[in-house]
Structures are given as C-alpha cells and as structure tokens.
Design a binder for this molecule. Sequence first.
Ligand code: PMP
Length: 443
Amino acid sequence: KEENREGYVPLYNSFERFYMLYIYRRVRDCWNRPICSVPGAELTLKDRITPDYGWTFEFTGTQTRCLNLGSYNYLGFAAADGPCADDSAKMIEKRGLAYCSSRQELGTSFLHQDLEALTAKFLGTEDAIVFGMGFATNALNLPTLMSPGCLVLSDEKNHASIILGLRLSGATIKVFKHNNMKDLERVLRDALVYGQPKTGAPWKKMIICVEGVYSMEGSIVKLPEIVALKKKYKAYIYLDEAHSIGATGPHGRGIVDYYGLDPSDVDILMGTFTKSFGSAGGYIAGSKRLINFLRTNSHAHWYASSMSPPVAQQIFTSMSIILGLDGTNEGRRRIEQLARNTRYFRRRLAQIGVITYGHEDSPVIPLLVYLFSKIGAVVRTLTTRKIAVVGVGFPATPIMEGRIRFCLSAAHTKEQLDYALNVIDEISDKLGLKYSRKPRDPN
Ligand code: PMP
C-alpha cells in the first residue's frame, strides 16, 4: 500500500521482488531455520509444519537434533562447556555484556589490549587491532586504506564485505579471474603501462585483495605467486583470512603458515573471529605504522561500540589454547583433527562419485548439485535424515552451479562423518548427484 501512495518511488526494485517470488519462495524453509542450541558437532533445529513443501510453512514447537555440517566451527571452540565457555561466563559476571562505548571513548579495556597483543603474537606481526564485527572490519577499513586514484585488484570470488568496502572507498576496482595468476599479472601490467584513465597518471597505490580460503569454492589462494607478483609490480596485499585462520597451516596461523611464508610478505592481514574461534568480531594485523594509522583513522574504531567482554574472552581463551599457552597439546590436536577430517571426508566423497570443488586441505567443501531445484531437495532430504547443511545458489554462485556446502570441524567424530557419508551415498543416486561431467577446477 505504501509503495502505491502517490508521489512515492517503490521501496524495492522489481527484479528483487521477482526473483524472491519465483526462485526462492518454494524453498524458503531451507534457509533461516531457527536453531535452538550451540552450533557444535551437533545442533538442534526447529521443525517445520508443511510436509508437502507448499507455499507457506510455519515452525512448530518441536525440535530435531542434527549432525551439524553447516556451521563454520572449524576447531570446535563453539561449545556450551569447556574452558572458553567457562572463561566467558566469568567475564560476564565481571564486566557484563557491553562496554556501551566506542574504543576511543570509554570502550577500551585491558582485555582488548591483551587480545590485540595476543593476536599479533599469534600471527607473527608487529601489531594488531580488533573490531566488534568481521563484516565491518572489511567494509569499514578498506575505505580507510583506499581512496579515489588507488587501484584495487580484486579476485572475482571475494566476499560481499570486501566488495562493499571497496565500493565505499571510491578506488578503481579491477576484477581478475578467480585464483588466476596470469589474469592478475595481465591486470597489473596494464595498470602499470596505462596508469589512470584519461590522465595516464600513475596509480596512487595498488592493492591486491584476496581471501585465504574461498568459502563458496573451497579453494586456497595461491599466495606465494601473489607475493612474487606484488614484489614485481610494487603492489600491496590485503588478505582476508576469515575461513583460513585457525583452519589452515600446521600451527593454525592461516595461509601464511600453510605456505611457510614470512608474515611481513602480506601487508594487511585481515581475519574474523566468527569461525575457528567460535566467537564474533574481526582483526587487522600488520606493521606498527599500519595499525597506528587504523587506530587514528578507522571509522570502525572511532564510531562503533567496542567488542563485547565475553566475546573478547572467548577469542582470548581459544587463541591461547591454539598457541599452547594453556600448557597442553589441545590446540595442536584440534588442528590435526580438522586436517584429518577434511581429507577423509573429501576422499570418501570422491569415492562416492559426487562432484566437489576446492583444495584437498580446505575444510569448506562445496558439493555441486548444479540445478537450483536440487538445492532444496538435498537440504530437505538431509534434514529429514538428521543432517544440517547449507545450500548455496544464485546470486552467491553462478546460476547453474548450485551447491551444498559442508563445513568440517575438529569436533566431528569419524562415526559422525561416516554416518553423513553413508546417507550422501544413499541419496545421491535418488537425487541424481553423480554427474559424469568433469568439474572445472577453481584452483
Ligand atoms: N570475510 C569473509 C571471507 C567471510 O566469509 C565473512 C563471513 N562469512 C566475512 C568476511 C564477514 O565476517 P563475519 O561473519 O565475522 O561478520
């Protein structure tokens, strides 16, 4: 009604309404399903009442306990019990839930400062700064670092938070093909030869923006080659480690650790605490000069409320465990368990004959179902077999490349993985998931 009021421009554009109605409406129940537990190796989902998968559905009061192959709980630190939960509960008693102020005002505590020092130590950088939200770490710091006259070379599969940050910055964005070093070098060479459009003046600075592990592809960035290109063309690197920090590298220190590179080879190391640390927020790590610059210029530091105390404590405790500061081997054990689970699950999926994308060391495993209609069918079938997964389709993927995304965790046992693999084997014939076509290689 409001949209039809005289003089009003419609609030939503018609394309959005069109595809919400025709593409997603019948499978809406596959997303936004309320969860009623900690997202550990298992999680509890609310049940739905419309067994015929009709146009409408409602959630009932009943719940189902499922094996959780959908949350990014890579190291299993999202748990209702254990050292992280205990420390966070104590922190709530001591400090409450919020500082009710931004970092610059009355929102900085020793906890934040200690966490920043620990993050820098963990990553092997001079300094680090933490923020209350991972998405905002990208969306609000990229505009601080980039401005019109700068050139960004952005991987075509970069996350929405990076794209938003780059657009806000006003810098020129050139997109290169996913993980394709030839294409990246072509764009870099052109940038150097032709300079800025119209004037031909050299670019103020050039930044290559990439991710460690790509969450829709399960691919791993070719960092050594990018470091070589950055040095050759005098560019900088911005690396988003949301899915790789904790989850890759022999010490869990992400992609730099995975390839055994020097952390100073990457100018701006960004990551989030929402995955491997089972918490919330994000960080940027690098040289002292870079971090001081962000402390004085970042909108996310100046104008957003600081990270909540129990959230910071959860990160502090889990990071200390990964670093072995608790005096046990628990961190190492979790990292190795995740690597074992990942390789096992990928190998068994290949034996079953379904198509997956990505690198063998990536704990994000996309199973290709291609057709849009199959995303809903697989999510629903797996849910009835008590397995929770995430279906991903257009616009997050190309329209004919719908997929089911499995996220492995150190918390999964072999029995749990075997159960899931047996169910996938069983349903893949019925739902036609054993495609004979050769997958493209996103690596
Ligand atoms: N970067 C990447 C690559 C991501 O995948 C995500 C979200 N999954 C974010 C940033 C945003 O982080 P957060 O969810 O912690 O806000």
